[in-house]
Design a protein around this ligand. Sequence first.
Ligand SMILES: Nc1ncnc2c1ncn2[C@@H]1O[C@H](COP(=O)(O)OP(=O)(O)OP(=O)(O)O)[C@@H](O)[C@H]1O
Ligand code: SF4
Ligand SMILES: [Mg+2]
Length: 328
Amino acid sequence: MGETILELRDTKAYYIIEKNFVRAVDGVSLEIKDEIIGIVGESGSGKSTLSNVMLMSIKRPLTFMGGSVKLYTNGNELELTNINREELQKKIWGRETSIIPQSAMNALMPTKRIRSYILDVMKSHFEEIDEKEIIEKAINRFEEIGISGEFINRYPFELSGGMKQRAVIAVATLLNPRLLIADEPTSALDVATQKMVLKTIKELKDKKIVKSIVFITHDIATVRQIADKMVVMYAGKIIEEGTTDEMVSEPLHPYTKGLLFSVVTPEPEVKRRGITYIPGTPPDLINPPPGCRFHPRCPERMEICDKEEPLLKNINQRRVACFLYEKR
Ligand SMILES: Nc1ncnc2c1ncn2[C@@H]1O[C@H](COP(=O)(O)OP(=O)(O)OP(=O)(O)O)[C@@H](O)[C@H]1O
Ligand code: SF4
Ligand SMILES: [Mg+2]
């Protein structure tokens, strides 16, 4: 696959609370190309925090502890960790990278028409705005993604969940960002509406409105419907990455296997292997388990697993962090 849009190298971001460090993103490296990447993992695995690192939108108590976040744009390489918040707001967010934050549609003010929300978002990116031009652009974008432009005059309470979410998508992509991050965009919706919103998100790439999409969810079944590539997070780290097809047909990491096999699915291959579950709960990120962070829950755990940490290693087109796949 083609050009690299964003590249994370060994990024760490911790929440610092009193004297405790919550290691929410702990050494994540990831290359995002012009593709749809699904990021999947249980609640608390660090997915939303990682989206903040991708944007370099870091607010206390979250603290950036190190690593590199490079944006590639028009042949230039921009190190986002060197750019201050104000400049990111004016030059990068919305235009190069944009996000549909988790629960965004529920955060819309019920007493403000959608058009005021659009203008507010645009005012955060520009010193001055031409309101008429922006509203025209918004109407076009609404219609491009299949909703009537008239909806911009409505109040959020007048819109269904699916309509609200599509309005949020339209606003997040108004300036044609190269990378769009969608954080759990379908989680609060019923199944039929989820399908419609997934289709809308997929079409953003087909219609070349955006180049790359990072789709975050705790639901592996949703990732399978939309993503070319799948990244699995566990306790602040990436533990496996590969094409969605390969990951589904042959998951390598015991945690990925647990995630896949705990989903009730019509996939015959998965059905054949039976439905299991992942015992235990995700670890405390202030004092994560030593060695492999998954070892207390791992059915395939070995002697070495609580002593040393497995590194994320390349195996053909995959990456996996597990001693089962390290030649020793
Ligand atoms: N504002 C905060 N202050 C302290 N700790 C936080 C804060 N936000 C998140 N955390 C912690 O950081 C870790 C990662 O949280 P994050 O929200 O990134 O996970 P997530 O994978 O997005 O979860 P979910 O699926 O529930 O959205 C969790 O342990 C969480 O409790
Ligand atoms: S490194 Fe060990 S504990 Fe961790 S997933 Fe692999 S086998 Fe399980
Ligand atoms: Mg989250």
